[in-house]
Design a protein around this ligand. Sequence first.
Ligand SMILES: C[S@@+](CC[C@H](N)C(=O)[O-])C[C@H]1O[C@@H](n2cnc3c(N)ncnc32)[C@H](O)[C@@H]1O
Length: 278
Amino acid sequence: MMLSDAEFTDIAQFIHREFGIHLSDHKKVLVAGRLGKRVRQLGLSSFSSYLRAVQQDDSGEELTELVNRITTNHSYFFREKAHFDFLEREVFPALAQDLRRRRNNPVRVWSAGCAAGEEVYTLAMLFREYFGPSLEDMDLGLLATDLSLQALAAARAGVYPANRLQEIPARYTGAYFRRLDADSFEVSDTIRKMVLFKKLNLMDQDFPFKGAFDIIFCRNVMIYFNEETRRRLVDNLYRYTRPGGYLFIGHSESLRRESCPFRYIRPAVYHKPLEVRA
Ligand SMILES: C[S@@+](CC[C@H](N)C(=O)[O-])C[C@H]1O[C@@H](n2cnc3c(N)ncnc32)[C@H](O)[C@@H]1O
């Protein structure tokens, strides 16, 4: 089925409006491939009739189907390892010192755009390894959100093919994974129970959180967004970062220094100082 330039533009504009995801012209083939199958499944004759069907579907189900097909949920354990090294070296020791002072204050961590859970499970393992038994005394909340229900279902299941565990240090695989069969592993219940998964569109004007986070990972998500959307998201992330907290973004992403409220610490790591502008 042919995807005309005009249809591609309409679909791209719609996706941008709804999700902030920017589809450049060279994504046309990808869109044709991924959505073409769905158009045929529904017995429709063109991409424009498909777009109308999405817009007229009040249940929002077809919109979800559409975004599941468009988003790329690629991720892996210990991705951009420098971030996890930085946490162990700089952030966790400070947190450990701070724990007594913040007795009634939960430690909150958010993986925003969590894909199939690799990032947040890496964080959960890291917390377990570093804090050991004292983790029981810490009120730690790990939240992981994504737009894609498919990605969230995979994340909740926590089952991965053996070859996806390659980046994980052996002691972690031994301690936190269970072999299911020759080809797959499952994240242990201990780790899985540490994480709450929720659907959330990062394009939303506001987020439904009461408190702020100590650590936010929003990596390799903003690559899809244009400048304005990215700036709005970063402002929102800043609001939901606790003073003294950190934002981690993907190493191929960067924030504009002039408009960025965070303080730059090192590549792809930003900080909200303790004394902050409101
Ligand atoms: C490439 S993955 C990155 C996963 C992980 N953060 C990492 O760095 O490995 C990008 C994820 O962002 C999600 N995503 C894209 N647009 C989003 C939006 N507007 N709101 C929430 N999640 C979004 C996608 O569904 C996908 O799972």
